[in-house]
Design a protein around this ligand. Structure first.
Ligand SMILES: NC(=O)C1=CN([C@@H]2O[C@H](COP(=O)(O)OP(=O)(O)OC[C@H]3O[C@@H](n4cnc5c(N)ncnc54)[C@H](O)[C@@H]3O)[C@@H](O)[C@H]2O)[C@@H](O)CC1
Ligand SMILES: Nc1ncnc2c1ncn2[C@@H]1O[C@H](COP(=O)(O)OP(=O)(O)O)[C@@H](O)[C@H]1O
Ligand SMILES: [K+]
Length: 500
């Protein structure tokens, strides 16, 4: 068993791949072995997480996820713990593995109760074994009502919560709760999730991170049988320009980045040059050799805020030599320069208003699509609303399956896509989709997306492939936020300066 960290990448398997592994493993092992291992792992982690628990309450559903809970109950009872179980199963209809686990729990003397003990406290433990990967979108009314009442009791309890396989009601593929399963309020108690056999993508994106808390993995001794990963959590640390530095380097060795954006105040009364400066600062701190800024401000800015930056006009950019980061604070003004940017930039990171312009203009969309045919590389960095505009759907539809949305955009525009938000997803056709495991809600502050775009630009300019540049920059950007001092406000400009 291991506790997940961002230190190394991990394979992710969706429900179909996990079911295939489960079938292969079950066929090669004596009956009930997998569930016994699952129950043993759950009991082991329960004892480690709450060694001083006075009581352990286990809520078990009628399927095999409930069977894991019953198996754990038997073991915890045998270990001398005060356990109680609420089981929604029916011995005449429950699956064979779960029925065997129920019999073992009965034989061990586990008490069965209709609900949780009244006096569960913060040092106690609740185990959520109601629903695993067998979640269906709709169900029989009666069962659902009882199950939801138990789930509400788990969510409301002050005791530490350990979810078996995944938090009940969370879709393991998408990281979204099925309707009616999301907690009413953020949990006050510590949360842990013990993922069994495989890690599923939904644990790490969308609502998954909040639902799971700390994630643990036990492959039940079946790791060698695992099929090919369907996605990947995190990526290898990539050397940025500076780390790759050789003595004979010069400033041209690490690539030029040109930030194109920052609509001026005079255009529409909304000055957005700050977004361009943030992206430029991130590119500088991210290791770019030289950083130029082409502001869309009608020439009103005469000097950059830092002397390392160089001001340029769009028409004066040396396109074949540089990596363009276009759209940050671009407002309406970015539309006018996009035809040239899309046609000429050898490497391009398209962000924010650059994406909005493409979403609303089929000629620009065609020009974007033509880049791949011309051998030009492109990375799009939409947040969910921008992705929805590009896909002509709603934000809720994007969030309903973030991996699918990122893949669809990558396919449609023949480029790399970073779908931002909790558990950012990097997708490129023909590459393994990467779900990011760093970052936190402190990044939900203005300008951090501009910082990310600039950092991706620096990595692309340093020679990484679009997929590697995007996924490694997303990881480093999140890691900088994770390392942020707790007592210090996270601002986008300080984040840019802290990039490594
Ligand atoms: N069979 C095996 O070999 C193994 C199974 N494992 C466990 O088994 C789980 C999968 O078991 P199952 O396939 O039985 O599925 P689950 O136990 O996850 O879910 C099925 C049960 O939930 C109910 N249900 C489904 N959707 C519902 C909804 N929307 N509202 C209310 N009730 C709903 C069903 O009626 C059924 O009782 C895994 O997540 C894992 O915990 C592990 O023990 C590993 C080995
Ligand atoms: N809750 C969160 N957890 C992790 N990362 C987040 C969260 N909220 C925002 N982020 C990250 O912060 C950045 C915000 O980008 P964006 O929405 O474009 O903001 P802005 O336009 O203000 O720069 C993205 O990298 C996104 O992934
Ligand atoms: K569960």
């Amino acid at each position: 068993m291991l506790q997940l960290s961002a230190a190394q990448p991990h394979a992710l398997h969706d429900v179909a791949a996990t079911r295939a592994l489960e079938a292969a493993a079950a066929a090669s092992l004596p009956a009930h072995t997998l569930m016994r291992r699952a129950g043993a792992a759950t009991a082991r982690l329960a004892l480690a997480l709450a060694p001083h628990a006075r009581q352990i309450w286990i809520a078990c559903g009628g399927g095999n996820n409930g069977g894991d809970g019953l198996e754990a109950a038997a073991r915890l009872q045998q270990a001398g713990k005060a356990v109680s179980v609420t089981w929604l199963g029916d011995p005449s209809t429950t699956p064979a593995d779960a029925r065997a686990a129920w019999q073992r729990a009965l034989a061990a003397g586990v008490p069965f109760t209709p609900g949780p003990p009244a006096d569960l406290g913060p040092h106690d433990l609740c185990i959520d074994a109601l629903l695993g990967i067998g979640l269906r979108a709709t169900s029989q009314r009666g069962a659902a009502h009882e199950l939801r009442a138990l789930l509400a009791a788990l969510h409301a309890s002050p005791a530490t919560l350990l979810a078996v396989d995944l938090p009940s009601g969370l879709d393991a593929d998408t990281g979204q709760y099925a309707p009616g399963f999301a907690p009413d309020a953020p949990s006050r108690a510590a949360r842990h999730t013990l993922s069994l056999l495989t890690l599923k993508p939904g644990l790490f994106t969308g609502q998954g991170r909040d639902a799971c808390g700390s994630v643990w993995l036990d492959d039940l001794g079946c790791g060698a049988l695992a099929p090919a990963a369907t996605a990947q959590l995190g990526t290898q640390q990539q050397a940025d320009g500076r780390q790759a530095q050789r003595h004979a380097s010069h400033k041209g060795s690490f690539g030029d980045v040109a930030v194109i954006g920052g609509e001026g105040l005079s255009a529409r009364g909304m000055g957005m040059t700050g977004a361009a400066w943030l992206a430029a600062s991130a590119a500088l701190h991210g290791g770019a050799g030289r950083v130029m800024v082409a502001l869309l401000d009608e020439g009103t800015t005469l000097a950059p805020p830092w002397p390392e930056l160089m001001l340029r006009r769009v028409h004066a950019l040396d396109w074949p030599q540089l990596t363009a980061v276009c759209g940050c604070g671009g407002g309406e003004a970015v539309r006018a320069v996009l035809p040239e940017v899309l046609a000429r930039a050898a490497r391009l990171v398209l962000d924010a208003d650059g994406l909005n312009a493409v979403a609303g203009d089929s000629a620009l969309a065609a020009a974007l699509r033509a880049r791949a045919d011309a051998g030009l590389s492109t990375i799009l960095t939409p947040h969910p609303l921008e992705a929805a505009r590009l896909l002509h759907c709603t934000t809720a539809e994007v969030q309903a399956d973030r991996l699918a949305a990122a893949r669809a955009l990558a396919e449609r525009h023949a480029c790399t896509v970073v779908l931002k938000g909790s558990g950012s997803v990097t997708a490129t056709a023909g590459e393994r989709t990467i779900v990011n495991f760093t970052g936190n809600a402190r990044l939900a502050t203005g300008g951090t997306g501009d910082v990310l775009a600039g950092l991706i630009g620096a990595r692309l300019a340093a020679g990484l492939s679009p997929h590697a540049a995007a996924s490694s920059a997303v990881q480093a950007h999140g890691a900088a936020a994770d390392q942020w001092p707790a007592h210090q406000a996270l601002t986008a400009s300080a984040l840019a300066a802290a990039l490594q």
